[in-house]
Write a protein that binds this ligand. Structure first.
Ligand code: DAH
Length: 340
């Protein structure tokens, strides 16, 4: 009987002190398990006088029930606390401001490049990209600019080696295409070009797109019609173009193409220096010598070519006055071109 009350007191105290339901599992084993303290009491039954066995058994069973219900009671309480803590730990404060997913956007030069390519692929052009580090032969010689020819001064070339340069224009793309493809040819060759030149309207690295059409009876009329359609697409429907005589060794005749000023629509403003026209690209009918250099019979075929600067068109389109803005990587500037 003494054991009984000592065990009860100890069990109740330990159950009271338990701080987790896991501890209660251990206590249940300790007191009510097969070899638990209360179960062991039952095993003492044989030592008890027969007349006392019934009342002893009753008391031990009561003890068992009491400890069991005490554990149950405490377990319910602890489980409730544990549940509340779990909820608290996992809860979301839905009033907190969200974390904004920053998304990038295309660089304005890529936006305009894609628009230009779209306009021309819509007219049946294919895209061909040539190497940026290029042989002198493709940049000059094959384009009818021999060594020591004064026309080489038009491009302040970066030389890598005597016969290798950072291409100063995308025109070598014409040669590489004509060497590998039989007419009819209709290609665009976009890419980076390099010149030792640096001011508000020139950057040592910039982008051009070369255009080339080789077929039977290609004429200056085709060139004008093609560019007229293109500039109406890239600027707006009211845009007009005009051709002025010019000189490039790889074209004969050569022209400089102007577009009506996109800001004043030809009236005259600061952008077009009061003339209503803006010089936009160089073009012409490909010099017969260039066709022959590529093994194309210049009596059977003729070709038109043009080379435009992506920076120039981008600056006109968006009213950018300093080319360096395009390469400064100022995120505030670049974000303005985000598609909304
Ligand atoms: N390659 C010339 C330049 O960079 C631009 C050019 C002019 C390209 C006339 C052409 C062309 O294809 O026919 O200044």
């Amino acid at each position: 009987m003494q054991d009984y009350s000592v065990i009860k007191e100890k069990a109740f105290e330990e159950i009271e002190k338990a701080t987790s339901s896991a501890q209660l599992v251990d206590l249940r084993v300790k007191y009510l398990g097969k070899t638990g303290e209360i179960s062991l009491l039952m095993k003492n039954m044989k030592d008890i006088a027969p007349e006392e066995r019934a009342s002893f058994g009753k008391v031990v069973n009561e003890l068992k029930t009491e400890v069991e219900s005490k554990i149950q009671e405490k377990d319910t309480l602890l489980k409730e606390i544990e549940f509340k803590n779990k909820i608290k730990a996992e809860s979301l404060d839905i009033t907190l401001p969200g974390k904004k997913q920053e998304t990038g956007n295309l660089h304005p030069l890529n936006i305009v490049k894609n628009q230009i390519i779209d306009a021309f692929t819509g007219m049946g052009f294919e895209v061909f990209e040539g190497p940026e580090i290029e042989l002198d032969y493709y940049c000059f010689e094959a384009l009818n600019i021999p060594k020591d020819h004064p026309a080489r001064d038009m491009q302040d070339t970066f030389y890598v080696k005597d016969d290798i340069v950072l291409r100063p224009h995308t025109s070598p793309g014409q040669i590489r295409t004509m060497e590998n493809k039989k007419p009819p040819i209709k290609i665009l060759s976009p890419g980076r070009v390099y010149r030792a030149d640096d001011d508000a309207s020139h950057s040592p690295m910039f982008h051009q797109i070369e255009g080339l059409v080789v077929d039977k009876n290609v004429s200056l009329c085709d060139l004008k019609g093609l560019l007229n359609k293109f500039f109406k697409t890239i600027f707006d429907e009211t845009t007009e173009i005009r051709l002025r005589p010019s000189y490039f060794p790889f074209t004969e005749p050569s022209v400089e193409v102007d577009v009506t000023c996109s800001k004043c629509h030809g009236k005259g403003c600061s952008l077009c220096k009061g003339t209503g026209w803006i010089e936009i690209l160089g073009a012409g009918i490909v010099n017969k010598k260039v066709l022959e250099n590529c093994g194309i019979d210049s009596n059977e075929y003729s070709a038109l070519a043009f080379g435009l600067g992506i920076e120039r068109i981008t600056m006109i389109k968006y009213g950018i006055t300093d080319i360096r803005t395009l390469f400064a990587n100022n995120v505030k500037f670049l974000k303005q071109f985000e598609r909304r």
